[in-house]
Design a protein around this ligand. Structure first.
Ligand code: FMN
Length: 322
């Protein structure tokens, strides 16, 4: 590989790492090859409690793959994604030349964020909803858009059930806490994890954060916060895959990332509320009450217009190249 080719692929990795990942684990070393990038699963960054089957890890790899595909087009490269379930679990993107096209989705990559705040309660237009639906649909993955208040209330009921179960599970809380960055210097030093500032919470020294976290991270106030957030949203999107396997989880990630980029391009915010699909015991009933006759509900995403929140940090491209 020439120096110019490797510089071009590194530039694409720079866009890949801006993707969302579960708990901002950035569970993705990237390997550069001749005309290709492989995204490997970093099993040391898995979250076995919230993500026992590796679903979120592969959805995160799919999000990174989609960013790379969008950025590649802007450089005149068309990417082809392949996944071999029998090999090392890598998502491979190979490139061939194409017309240069800087899409609105590409332009949105650096602006996209999960905005964990209240939105303005206003509905979206049918055109906006149609654009989001188109962006969030893929091969064997559909997105169900819920805007009726009764259906959004049903989702809230399941968020509350899931959230209560998770907060009452010491293993879940321990895992979550290990990814919380209680202050800016901690967040900057690690370059990963959930910085408290992204949720609008104050910075604390680690010792104080450790002390306060169990006192404030309680089911009732968290559930009340989710109720306010859902009531302020224009709608909720549920991503559903036809088959419950890694190839489909990657496709879910690609669909969610396109949805998030399209919404960013339209000035619409989004945030995930995955409790109903993370708690495996709730998932079948959640699918049933929403009338989803087939498939696995993969992600639950609220959307609407609202303020921009502080951004989350990333490790450097050099730190994730292998
Ligand atoms: C598969 C997956 C699951 C996620 N689940 C949740 C969730 O349940 N709640 C939440 O607040 N954020 C969730 N997130 C968002 C991540 O925490 C977020 O992407 C990460 O902190 C980086 O922040 P950013 O997306 O604003 O760049 C999830 C992200 C992914 C990719």
């Amino acid at each position: 590989m020439t120096h110019a080719q490797s510089a071009q692929l590194k530039e694409l990795v720079r866009y890949g790492i801006l993707a969302p990942s579960s708990h901002n684990t950035q569970c993705w070393p990237f390997h550069l090859e001749e005309q290709a990038i492989s995204i490997l699963p970093d099993l040391s960054r898995r979250c076995p409690v919230v993500d026992p089957d590796g679903h979120h890890l592969y959805v995160s790899l799919g999000c990174a793959a989609e960013n790379i595909l969008q950025a590649a087009k802007a450089q005149g490269l068309s990417g082809q994604v392949t996944f071999d379930d029998m090999s090392n679990g890598a998502v491979r993107i190979s490139f061939t030349p194409c017309e240069v096209e800087a899409t609105p989705l590409f332009e949105a990559i650096a602006q996209r964020q999960c905005s964990r705040t209240e939105y303005d309660g206003q509905p979206l237009t049918p055109e906006e909803l149609a654009l989001l639906t188109a962006a969030g649909t893929g091969a064997g993955v559909r997105v169900v858009m819920l805007t009726q208040p009764d259906l959004m209330k049903t989702v809230l009921d399941y968020v509350v059930k899931g959230n209560t179960a998770q907060i009452n599970n010491p293993a879940f809380v321990k895992e979550l806490k290990s990814w919380i960055r209680f202050n800016n210097s901690e967040a900057e030093q690690k370059g990963d994890g959930l910085s408290v500032s992204t949720s609008g919470n104050p910075s604390l020294p680690r010792w104080l954060g450790n002390l306060i976290f169990p006192l404030i991270f309680k089911a009732q106030p968290e559930n009340e916060k989710y109720a306010r957030q859902i009531r302020s949203s224009a709608g909720i999107a549920v991503f559903v895959s036809e088959h419950d396997d890694r190839a489909h989880w990657i496709e879910v990630g690609r669909c969610y990332e396109r949805f998030a980029l399209q919404s960013t391009a339209l000035g619409i915010r989004n945030a995930l509320l995955n409790q109903p699909v993370e708690e495996a015991g709730l998932r079948p009933n959640f699918a049933k009450v929403l009338g989803l006759e087939t498939g696995r509900p993969d992600l639950v995403v609220r959307f609407g217009r609202g303020p921009k929140m502080p951004g989350s940090l990333r490790r450097s491209p050099e730190a994730v190249l292998v």
